[in-house]
Design a protein around this ligand. Structure first.
Ligand code: GLN
Length: 544
């Protein structure tokens, strides 16, 4: 019998209240007290995973070591906890239904009518308990995506109700996140939406145990007592979650509000030590007290929605704190870049990242930006599609392969310098079929990246269908763009470096998925460092 304590995090009133950050913060506090904890997210949509979603829908698609394409909240979990997640940490309604339907076809339910209750709810409960049992956890925090009251979330709330009934109050705790809006005209914080949201839960048979109230102004004792009285919880269980300037403050704010302590009390778990947050506090101190500053341009086509590049942006926060350097990010829409305006757009920028992506839109702008930084010795980091664009740019403008392209954009190009991977040629289904997850890469000694990683054997995560076409490798290497890292088995080019440039690196993988608070990614650190040098040089040149 498992000893795991189950914590469910639900959301009411509106979406975007930060359930993922609250879940990750609570997990951090419990982990810092020495407990084994992980977080799982259920997403109530029918897609099997978010891999087929446009980033404008739910932001970036995060990728785990085992190659699962997941919700971006898993990125927060890994960044906060510094522990890898896997497919079992992110389940969608689509995946639940797929499993139930497969069982029905196999005959597992012969004779029965297959229904939402009990079959779908049983599958949900099974997925929760499976992760807890396999990982021998003290706590499993399960975040339910969406907002209570949505039709889609009903089976999940019912599964929580059943688990509470089966396992008892001390083994299952429900944390409900709500909004306490401030009405400027009345000059007041309003508790009614919270009351309604809790009523909604009660109608579904679940009494929340703890209320985390998102607010822009502090909640006073009176308000906390009022919420407690009307929502049937103790005043200690009303937790204020005030707006703050960085998500990395939230664990400390939750600690001040005693969220972890209340959870331990409710689950009758030992309160032996205070959370050890020394490293976390050091990270925050360095983040908030920078000694230098750089301007980085992030070139992509989904820049209107910052969540599309969540992991990249957070990687810069980690690297910036490590170097005690304030990293200002300018989001640059790749479709807005032309030969005429590129110098203006990149004025004052000390380094650019060209982002991952798919499809033709915005490609020429990316290539134009890359040409500019290559010719002007401005540091460049190309990630996945960003690396591929750097290859195309070099082929066209240095090697003289005029119409060079990736066959993703132009299948008939005379110079397919980026081409579809052999293994991808026969695949027509789109879901979960890319080259996904962690693969090894062997770095060539003497390269810039060998010093950056301080190792010749690395592992990084992937999400792509196209690759560098090795037919052209000799041409590139003769002209100064070398393959600095390769997959040891199939010679797929994983890293390129331009040896005639102060800092020009392209990677076929996604380093941003591996950067965490406690382990900032070496490539991002080295890139920010190079950008800082660029800034110093630019300042010197101006003086002269
Ligand atoms: N579209 C490119 C490919 O499939 C790059 C993918 C990416 O940037 N993640 O290879």
């Amino acid at each position: 019998m498992s000893h795991t304590k189950y914590i469910f995090v639900t959301g009411g009133v509106t979406s975007s209240l930060g359930k993922g950050i609250i879940s990750a913060s609570l997990a951090k506090l419990l982990q810092a007290r020495g407990f084994a904890v992980t977080i799982q997210k259920f997403d109530p949509y029918i897609n099997i995973d978010p891999g087929t979603l446009n980033p404008y829908e739910h932001g970036e698609c995060y990728v785990t070591n085992d190659g699962a394409e997941t919700d971006l909240d898993l990125g927060h979990y890994e960044r906060f906890l510094n522990v890898p997640t896997s497919q079992a940490n992110n389940i969608t309604t689509g995946r639940i239904y797929q499993a139930v339907i497969e069982k029905e076809r196999r005959g597992d339910y012969l004779g029965e009518t297959v229904q939402v209750i009990p079959h779908i709810t049983d599958e949900i409960k099974y997925r929760i308990k499976l992760l807890a049992n396999e990982s021998e956890l003290d706590f499993l925090i399960t975040e339910i995506g969406g907002t209570v009251g949505d039709i889609e979330s009903l089976p999940y709330i019912e599964a929580i109700r059943q688990m509470k009934w089966e396992l008892g109050e001390t083994n299952c705790v429900v944390v409900h996140l709500t909004l306490v809006p401030y009405l400027a005209a009345a000059g007041e914080l309003k508790t009614k939406p919270t009351q309604h949201s809790v009523k909604n839960m009660l109608e579904l048979g679940v009494q929340p145990d703890i209320l985390v109230c998102r607010t822009e102004k502090p909640l006073n004792e009176g308000l906390k007592n009022k919420i407690a009285l009307f929502c049937n919880v103790s005043p200690r269980s009303v937790i204020e979650s005030i707006d703050t300037d960085t998500i990395y403050n939230v664990p400390l704010l939750m600690q001040q509000e005693l969220l972890d302590l209340v959870v331990l009390e409710k689950t009758k778990m030992p309160v032996n030590t205070e959370p050890d947050l020394v490293r976390w506090e050091k990270f925050l101190y360095r983040l908030k007290n920078p000694m230098s500053e750089v301007n980085i341009g992030l070139v992509g086509k989904y820049v209107e929605l910052k969540d599309s590049y969540k992991s990249i942006l957070e990687s810069f926060v980690h690297a910036g704190s490590d170097l005690q350097c304030k990293v200002n990010i300018k989001m640059i829409h790749s479709e807005s870049i032309t030969n005429e305006n590129v110098a203006d757009i990149l004025k004052g920028i000390n380094g650019i990242v060209v982002a991952p992506g798919f499809g033709e839109r915005g490609i020429e702008g990316k290539i134009t930006a890359i040409r500019y930084v290559r010719e002007n010795n401005i540091p460049f980091l190309g990630i996945c599609l960003g690396m591929q664009c750097a290859v195309v740019e070099f082929a066209r403008n240095v090697l003289g392969f005029t119409d060079a392209h990736s066959t993703e954009m132009n299948p008939r190009t005379k110079y397919p310098v980026i081409d579809i991977m052999e293994a991808q040629k026969k695949i027509s289904c789109k879901g979960g079929t890319m080259r996904l997850g962690a693969y090894p890469c062997r770095i060539n000694p003497g390269t810039k990246v060998s010093a950056i990683y301080d190792s010749l054997d690395i592992t990084e995560r992937h999400r792509h269908r196209y690759e560098f076409n090795n037919k052209y490798l000799m041409d590139f290497e003769k002209a100064g763009v070398i393959a600095a890292g390769m997959n040891p088995k199939d010679n797929l080019v994983e890293i390129i470096e331009n040896i005639n440039h102060p800092w020009f690196v392209g990677v076929q993988f996604h380093p941003e998925y591996r950067s965490t608070v406690h382990s900032p990614h070496p490539l991002f650190k080295a890139f920010v460092n190079a950008a800082r040098e660029n800034m110093l040089k630019a300042a010197e040149n101006e003086k002269e």
